[in-house]
Design a protein around this ligand. Sequence first.
Ligand SMILES: Nc1ncnc2c1ncn2[C@@H]1O[C@H](COP(=O)(O)OP(=O)(O)OP(=O)(O)O)[C@@H](O)[C@H]1O
Ligand SMILES: [Mg+2]
Length: 266
Amino acid sequence: MKPYIIALTNQKGGVGKSTTALNLAASFADRGSRVLLIDLDPHAGLTFSLGFDEPEKAFKKTAYEVLDPDQRTPIADVVVETKIPNVDLVPSHQDLVEIDYKLVNQADWARALAKRIAATGQRYDLVMLDCPPSLGVLTRMALVAAHLAVVPVQAEWLALRGLQLLNHVVGPLREDTDRHDLRVRYLVTMVQSTKHHEEVEQEIRAVFGDEVFRTVIRRSVRFADSTLAGQPLLLYQHDHQGAQAYRELAEEIRAYEQQAQAVSEG
Ligand SMILES: Nc1ncnc2c1ncn2[C@@H]1O[C@H](COP(=O)(O)OP(=O)(O)OP(=O)(O)O)[C@@H](O)[C@H]1O
Ligand SMILES: [Mg+2]
């Protein structure tokens, strides 16, 4: 099962998808994995947070050329190295907003991304897909390609409502695409030490049970600071509790995957 593919998804914006993609990538790379990040958000938040300030000027080719059915550019021709050792990036571009129109008339459009990733062969151990805050074409392609969908959820009541919407997408998508093996796990983010946050976290665990990671990500201004510095928190402040939490999350995913593989191999 190489590369292992993780999609960061939630149609709600600002919940920590890109931050999680970046810091998880750094955690896995720190343990020796070769990681590819693919920025699927036309707003290019992940690309910016890796210190690439002007993607429109900096890159000749981006995720757009990879997904455009008229070009089908191999990922190998688009990747750029990042400042994080062992982490490559397929940058995003604002043109990606138009990819829906180009893809919808294509047969089998939903598998376009999965096919391009498969063509990278053994080059990466792990691919992380940073989705836009919507349930459109880009998110669907990511879910079709992924082994695991990680859904960051902000510890607030309203956040829970949006999750029902995601479940309406994941259920039919599993049927449509024959991806019954797609796993979904929820990550509680931006937790604060208040009674309200504790109650919401308890509620999320009551509703989703084992599907919620044990690791939670606490709110800290250091995440925004590190983004401004164009780095994951893991490099910006290695011993910060937020960096430690992402290392623990990576361990949890690794252990969980080994367990799942053992079950599927019987
Ligand atoms: N644990 C955290 N504590 C405090 N701030 C955080 C935390 N995680 C992320 N942030 C900050 O919150 C903002 C939104 O985070 P991020 O960009 O990761 O969310 P997103 O889900 O990718 O958003 P979008 O849907 O708009 O792409 C950023 O400014 C980020 O630095
Ligand atoms: Mg984002």
